[in-house]
Design a protein around this ligand. Sequence first.
Ligand SMILES: NC(=O)c1ccc[n+]([C@@H]2O[C@H](COP(=O)([O-])OP(=O)(O)OC[C@H]3O[C@@H](n4cnc5c(N)ncnc54)[C@H](OP(=O)(O)O)[C@@H]3O)[C@@H](O)[C@H]2O)c1
Ligand SMILES: [Zn+2]
Length: 339
Amino acid sequence: MPKMRAAQIARPGWPFEIVERPIPQPDADWVRIRVQACGICHSDSLVKEGHWPGLQYPRIPGHEAVGVVDAVGAGVSQWKPGQRAGVGWHGGHCGHCDACRSGNFFGCPVALQITGISFDGGYADYMVAPAIALALVPEDLSAVEAAPLMCAGITTYNALRNSHARPGDVVAVLGLGGLGHLGVQYAAKMGFKTVGIARGSDKEPLARKLGAHHYIDSQAQDPAAELLKLGGAKVILATVTNGDAMSAVQGGLGINGTLVVIGAAESLQVSPLVLISGRRSVKGWYSGTAIDSQDTLKFSVLAGVRSMNEVFPLEKVAEAYERMMSGKARFRVVLTTGQ
Ligand SMILES: NC(=O)c1ccc[n+]([C@@H]2O[C@H](COP(=O)([O-])OP(=O)(O)OC[C@H]3O[C@@H](n4cnc5c(N)ncnc54)[C@H](OP(=O)(O)O)[C@@H]3O)[C@@H](O)[C@H]2O)c1
Ligand SMILES: [Zn+2]
């Protein structure tokens, strides 16, 4: 049986190990991808550290995978070997139940799956995924360019385009990591008055290069007060992993402003007075489906949005993951298989 390399986590909290595994066969309605690149998202720490309830180990993480369709299972007519495809966090839904028919794919009780969590992900030479979870990757983007857009990109792009902010409105992006640095670019390209907020001054030149019209150093300034000086934010896209940092910006929302929570922080304190006095709100946002990924890729090509990447070969997965966790990566770490 032909073999492949994969970076797996054997048990919660264990280090990455490179193992040989049989190349998986696609079942009916599934597709096999020869992976070329896979981004490392902060959410992969849920797999690494065992923070996802009920997750079965060993598990291969990775939900920013891009490669070439290599084989298709029975019943798959929409994908052919040789097509370029990507898979993000949303790993599929049935498409037929009441929830799916009403557009609530994330509530699908039949076949909701998460890539790299419900089934093995893209830290490997090959992976299989439900055909419904695949996005077509345009020729204009290399695999390394496209990979981070499959989660960091779609999540920020989709959250912003589904927000109630309009061109010219103040939109702040809290945190300039993998997600945040793309969020700043999308916000600027969508025509919002874009504010980058991060810790320290070293990210200011990068934030401005990415399109931020304003920059707030959350260690030197009160981000809420600074946002109010700009008229208050219509939307604050909170991409940080820390709840206190999110709590600290809510006072910077303008009237009818919304704090859109994307970062998986443990907890968040919200002041009822802040909400009531300005009809403000707090909501969460979850990435999107394959069609949202395709929209993200197309918009990124159209508007020139690109992830800034640090690239590591698959064998260096442990080093690459630590680089992401250290917060020093500028800005996304991407694994490549050399295929
Ligand atoms: N909702 C979704 O669909 C979705 C999708 C993907 C990821 N996520 C989640 O989004 C978050 C960001 O992911 P990522 O891949 O962008 O991570 P990342 O590249 O590691 O970036 C982490 C960000 O968190 C900030 N941060 C870390 N510790 C902090 C602290 N103590 N105080 C304030 N800020 C702190 C950093 O801020 P500075 O810029 O100030 O250094 C950085 O911007 C993660 O929680 C991830 O699980 C959610
Ligand atoms: Zn992710």
